[in-house]
Design a protein around this ligand. Structure first.
Ligand code: UT7
Length: 325
């Protein structure tokens, strides 16, 4: 009987260049833009982020995370029969990062595609992989979140450029007789497209519109606080669990104030909140699997623990996955 899917390995990768708030503030000062370590920490909890070198792509970061996850799961790339990559910063317009990653892993034949749900991307991708495993379409899926958000940041806009970073996280999700993923809950509301978007596109050989990230931070903040609680509660209800069953809350790592607010609403002590936003910044679709891998490798998350993963971001999209690790 293999009617469930379960995470059997996690991995992540950060590009080596670590940029502190002070580094960024110095760089912005050179452009006549004022920011400070104090403002960024107080408003977001971010102390540093990693930026990829100019020639490094999402598939490069995803490859390192995928290799680490496969090793942790004790699987070889040849055993993977499904690849889903969550990203909003693909290597190229097409084909997908997943197809490029498949080739870099030295395998061929299995389905490979990207999921575009911005910062909710990993939670979306995990939900799709879970459904495909439970219906028998796959047995050993590689689910990756990989981003180079530094490419779409306007370094003349202090309200956004201090918030994001680059990185990748991955899990191996396998068919299992034991329940791993317990319940999922996904949503989107496209009328909020304008509050968080990169409005440009490629047309007739040039970029039409702006290729930089635009965000109405306060509007996103307010929506995020509300939907993260709703998604967690609905997911718990679907699984027949309560907030007190959660061992670890692993929300999208965008702002410590949103994350702590969600933990408070779920009546979870601060110690049950996994925090990597301080060192990673907001890595969009990579943030949840990066935080998960760091929590596993630091020894916090142990086999059998109940985890609540949550994503929220552009679209507007949001969702949650409750699982037994
Ligand atoms: O990944 C998808 C999910 N994304 C999110 O969850 C992000 C949600 N939003 C946020 O995290 C917060 O809204 C921000 C961190 C983006 C902004 O924090 P805030 O507390 O909402 O600040 P604010 O936008 O109200 O700005 C307060 C002040 C403004 O100055 P005035 O108008 O009060 O004079 C800004 O101009 O802070 C100023 N400001 C800055 N000052 C120094 C904005 N950015 C900066 C900066 N450095 N980098």
């Amino acid at each position: 009987m293999t009617s469930f899917s379960r995470i059997t390995g996690t991995g992540s990768y950060l590009p080596p260049r670590r940029v502190t708030n002070d580094d960024l503030a110095r760089d912005l000062a050179g452009r006549g833009i004022e920011t400070s370590d104090q403002w960024i920490i107080e408003r977001t909890g971010i102390k540093a982020r990693h930026f990829a070198a100019p020639d490094v792509t999402s598939s490069d970061l995803g490859l390192e995370a995928a290799k680490a996850a496969l090793e942790a799961a004790g699987r070889s790339a040849a055993e993977v029969d499904l690849i889903i990559v969550a990203t909003s910063t693909p290597d190229m317009v097409f084909p997908s990062v997943a197809a490029i990653l498949q080739s870099k892993l030295g395998i061929a034949g299995c389905p490979a595609f990207d999921v575009q749900a911005v910062c909710s991307g990993f939670v979306y991708a995990l939900t799709v992989a879970d459904a495909m495993i439970r219906t028998g379409s796959a047995k050993c899926a590689l689910v990756v979140g990989a981003e180079v958000f530094s490419r779409i940041l306007d370094f003349n806009d202090r309200t956004t450029c201090v918030l994001f970073g680059d990185g990748a996280g991955a899990v191996v999700l396998e068919a299992s007789a034991e329940p791993g993923i317990l319940a999922t809950d996904l949503h989107a509301d496209g009328k909020h497209v304008g509050i968080l978007c990169v409005p440009g596109n490629v047309s007739g050989g040039s970029v039409l519109g702006t290729p930089f990230l635009h965000m109405d931070g306060q509007a996103v903040f307010k929506l995020a606080v509300r939907v993260l609680e709703d998604a967690a509660r609905t997911t718990l209800q679907k699984a027949g669990k309560t907030d007190q069953d959660i061992d670890w809350l692993i929300p999208h790592q965008a702002n410590i104030r949103i994350m702590e607010g969600t933990a408070r609403k779920l009546k979870l002590p601060r110690e049950k909140l996994i925090v990597t936003v301080d060192e990673h910044g907001n890595t969009s679709a990579a943030s949840v699997p990066l935080a998960l891998d760091h929590a596993v490798r630091s020894g916090k998350v142990k086999k059998g623990d109940t985890l609540m993963l949550e994503g929220v971001g552009g679209g507007f999209t949001w969702g949650a996955v409750l699982l037994n690790y």
